[in-house]
Design a protein around this ligand. Structure first.
Ligand code: PRX
Length: 648
């Protein structure tokens, strides 16, 4: 299976943005030979500059790189205003609600919504350049309006995924010292209302003191509590605002947004992205990787709370002048045909989702795609985790009818946009393989000292030159930024960006991502730091020690497995497991719940006290223990834990 290779469909390839491997290499060789010239060419062509930049790349304060210094632009202009002359009547957003309600929002309408909201934020709440605005929103068009309204004013948005708990929301509000939260009463999922506003209320009940106002969008019309003076109705206030709001000229390097993500240690980090470099790459990858063309209707199933939702639901598609679909619900409700029904109804040309969703759709409705007309599809995308060959094959053969390219896009919150991915009109694809670095991205599989990892062996997935869309900083924590990304690998004596992933390069240059090398678990394509989950579990009074590892899961890729040492071992029962999961739900959210918990007498530690997670990972997978256990404080614990896990 892994030796199979599929060439691009010539019908689709002939008009593709990059239509052959020769065209790919021409671009990549240009970047290799004249790195700054390569990026200058695209920046000049793609960005609507208000004032020109004077330097392409400033490396003087590495790794705090600067791109297109002193240039001025505005992202809401790039995504909306500049399209109005030609595309005012084209759909910018097609929204489909959980219950099947549909809204078509043209570029002209989008412009009005964004301007009105920008005016409201500015006039009523005094939001200005540099202020932080937290969005805790469902998947409704107002989420996109709010993002673009922030960028119009130069305010920095920080979107908190709606599945995070009030504690997680509070932490993010406090870290960014945000001034306002934009939220909704709630929304609909699987035909039923769910609530968000109450989570904001909880978050602000004992913290989040920087928040001056909460702006609430009505979506499900459920009853909510109202704090007079603090809470404000979007639907009422927006009526009075003008449809004209000038955009703020922003410096290329001004922060565009923060997005918190998990690392292997400590609290989530506020990944800070820039204005010019980010939007340039969002647009370029949209055009290259999804081969976006006139009249295309593109659908990414992510949530705006994750980086995929930022770059490939809102910023990329709109900067490229495309039509982007936003979906409130889940792809298996009311039945396993929902996603394919939507592809048919909206004439979707590109469909982008996570392997978790592909596995679920495959399992729940193997034959389902055949019931719908999916003939408009050209490109199928996957993101967030490795895709296993059986899921890949079903996606390719059944969903794509063996006619569509599959773009297995490898990237991260920190990379801003895709970095390794097939190009639909050029790259012969292999199941489960992210293939090649995109033009302009110097991705290399290397050892810590920068020597290339031999073919077929696992090495560190690094990007050895700065690129425009890269993370600029961790909010308020430049030291952590340096240590997290530039502390592990060097090339020619200089620190280079390390992704945290392992990878393997084949004889023919194809790159396969082998997964995280650090203590980060990938649950349904979402990053979870083991340290974060462990910190939550430790908040339960009965817990003395805990170690969390990923356990392979049929649908989710990985689930969370916790080894817990109790203060009083006799307390270990099913009720306690439920109570511990409750604490996780409160501290982080339902996405971090443990699939399974084993109460153990101790966890394997070295004599210096370091938990040997590799052993715990092997035990949960049922693998033979090949690691040297002689360095353990108590080697006999391994067999005891194995026995407990086998029984459970
Ligand atoms: O381990 C890699 C995995 O997801 C991580 C990034 O997670 P996050 O920042 O939440 O962004 C997810 C959406 C871009 C990476 O470090 N990952 C992402 N894409 C792939 C992948 N692993 C294998 N194949 C991919 N295509």
């Amino acid at each position: 299976m892994s030796e199979q290779i599929f060439n691009p469909n010539p019908e689709h390839a002939k008009d593709a943005a990059i239509n052959s491997m020769e065209a790919y290499w021409k671009l990549q060789n240009h970047a290799i030979e004249d790195y700054e010239g390569f990026w200058k060419g695209f920046a000049d062509k793609k960005i609507d500059w208000i004032e020109p930049y004077d330097t392409v790349l400033d490396e003087s304060n590495a790794p705090f790189y600067k791109w297109f210094s002193n240039g001025k632009l505005n992202v809401s202009n790039q995504c909306v205003d500049r399209h109005l002359a030609e595309k005012s009547e084209q759909n910018a957003i097609i929204f489909e609600g959980d219950k099947g309600d549909v809204q078509h929002i043209t570029y002209a309408q989008l412009s009005k919504h964004v301007n009105k909201l920008a005016n409201l934020l500015k006039n009523k709440f005094g939001i200005k350049k540099g202020d932080r605005v937290v969005l805790y929103m469902p998947m409704i068009p107002e989420a996109a309006y709010a993002m673009l309204a922030c960028t119009r004013l130069g305010a920095i948005h920080s979107i908190v995924f709606g599945g995070f708990s009030s504690e997680a929301l509070k932490d993010r509000i406090e870290d960014a010292e945000a001034k306002i939260v934009i939220t909704a009463d709630g929304a609909f999922r699987k035909g039923k209302p769910y609530m968000l506003k109450n989570v904001v209320d909880d978050a602000l009940s004992d913290g989040g003191k920087s928040i001056e106002a909460v702006l609430v969008v009505k979506r499900n019309n459920e009853e909510i509590t109202w704090v007079e003076g603090r809470d404000h109705s979007y639907n009422e206030l927006i009526k009075a605002e003008s449809e004209e709001c000038p955009f703020e000229p922003m410096e290329s390097e001004d922060p565009l947004f923060l997005l918190y993500t998990s690392g292997s240690t400590g609290k989530p980090k506020g990944v800070q992205h820039s204005t010019a470099g980010y939007i340039l790459w969002a647009q370029m990858t949209m055009e290259w990787v999804f081969d976006l063309r006139k009249n295309d209707v593109y659908w990414c199933t992510a949530d705006v709370g994750w980086i995929t939702g930022h770059t490939y639901i809102v910023y990329g598609p709109l900067a490229a002048g495309g039509t982007t679909v936003m979906f409130e619900g889940v792809p298996t409700y009311p039945d396993a045909g929902r996603a394919w029904q939507m592809v048919q109804d909206h004439n979707i040309t590109q469909f982008y989702t996570a392997p978790t969703a592909i596995r679920l759709l495959h399992k729940t409705g193997e034959e389902e795609p055949k019931k719908y007309d999916l003939s408009k599809l050209r490109v199928l995308g996957t993101v967030g985790e490795p895709i296993d060959p059986p899921a890949w094959k079903w996606y390719y053969e059944v969903v794509g009818n063996s006619k569509c390219a599959i773009v297995d896009t490898y990237w991260q919150t920190e990379t801003g946009g895709h970095v390794i991915s097939p190009l639909p009109g050029a790259t012969p694809i292999k199941p489960g393989c992210a293939t090649f670095a995109l033009p302009g991205i110097m991705a290399e599989v290397i050892e810590e000292d920068g020597t290339p990892t031999p073919v077929g062996e696992k090495g560190f997935m690094c990007i050895t030159k700065p690129w425009p869309a890269m993370i600029r900083n961790i909010w308020n924590n430049p030291e952590r930024f340096k240590k997290s990304y530039f502390g592990d690998c060097k090339k020619d004596g200089e620190a280079v960006y390390f992704t945290g992933d392992g990878a393997m390069i084949a004889e023919d240059g194809y790159i396969t991502i082998t997964g995280r090398t650090d203590d980060v678990i990938n649950v349904s394509g979402h990053r979870m730091g083991t340290a974060e989950v462990e910190a939550a579990i430790k908040k339960h009074d009965s817990v003395a020690a805990v170690a969390v590892v990923g356990k392979p899961h049929d649908i989710k890729g990985e689930g969370i497995f916790a080894y817990i040492v109790l203060k009083n071992p006799s307390e270990g029962n099913e009720d306690l497991k439920i109570a511990i999961n409750k604490v996780i739900k409160k501290e982080i959210g339902a996405i971090a719940l443990c699939d399974a918990i084993a109460f153990v007498p101790d966890v394997p530690k070295t004599r210096s006290g370091k938990i040997m997670r590799r052993i715990l990972r092997s035990i949960v997978k049922g693998e033979a223990i090949t690691q040297d256990t002689s360095t353990l404080e108590d080697p006999s614990i391994v067999a005891i834990i194995e026995g407990i896990v086998k029984k459970s």
